[in-house]
Design a binder for this molecule. Sequence first.
Ligand SMILES: *Cc1c(COP(=O)(O)O)cnc(C)c1O
Length: 322
Amino acid sequence: MTAISLSDVLDARERISGVIHRTPLIYSRTFTLISGVKVYLKLENLQKTGSFKIRGACNKVFSLSPEDGRKGVITASSGNHGQAVAYAARMRGYDATVIMPECGSAAKAASIKGYGAELLYCGTTSDQRISLAKEMSAERGLTFVPPYDDPCVMAGQGSVGLEIMEDLEDVAAVIVPTGGCGLISGVATAIKEKNPGASVFGVEPDGSNSTGISFRAGVRTALEDINTVADGIRTTVPGELTFPVVQRYVDDMLTVTDGDVLSAQRLMLERCKLLAEPTGAVSLSAILSGALPDKFKGRRVVALISGGNVSMSQLAEYLSAN
Ligand SMILES: *Cc1c(COP(=O)(O)O)cnc(C)c1O
């Protein structure tokens, strides 16, 4: 038994469909010519709040009883998940608290405040933030919304997989950027329980490949150091609930370099006029770098472009560096 099944993903989609965008799935002639793979891009960089994280956050927040909701929600992520939780809570009129690291970026703080959440600062590591969040949730009755290791969050993220299958026939493979594995566990559940013939691949940068290492070892294995430009997936170990789903449904884990990621990001901007954050371009980079097995040449492959949140000053640095 894994934490979620297809019916949870179908329920999630029903619950959140009035609020999220159904994002476009586009064919890219340019990337098809470059790679020999028929490349389709699922554009979650155009999703509300700039990433798919709104799907899981809404499914979790909308599943709360009104009593629990009125007490408020809390999370410890300063990035895309923090923005998504703030947005989801506001949709329901609930209070949200987001705990950021003391060194957190002003741009992210402004965006989270803009969605109406209260911001608190604590320490520098995610462990410090998560333990404060859990403490406050116990003391004040706030519901903690985990970034990936939660059945409602996983099922919400899986709704991306349903949309892909409805919008495209004969999908040979779907490629997913992988951090704590909430996204890939939901997407793989949707895809494999509907269409077991399609492959699902996770991709990580080589400086942050804890899921690949765990997948090969057959057991969750933590990394000591994380070093990657893909700041949405700097996770030291895959989730307790998500990893068994990865073991059951994911065909393989692929690895790319930061250089591959930044060059995919740049090409998307240059050729398709689409802005992805580095993490969002990780999936496309697996196709362009040749990490995807050759047998997919000539077949339909979907790269999930998971987010587009990058500040213009950071973008300028990435573009001038390569
Ligand atoms: C969170 C995130 C991911 C990874 O999702 P997990 O559920 O942690 O595996 C990928 N891309 C972007 C843009 C993200 O914000």
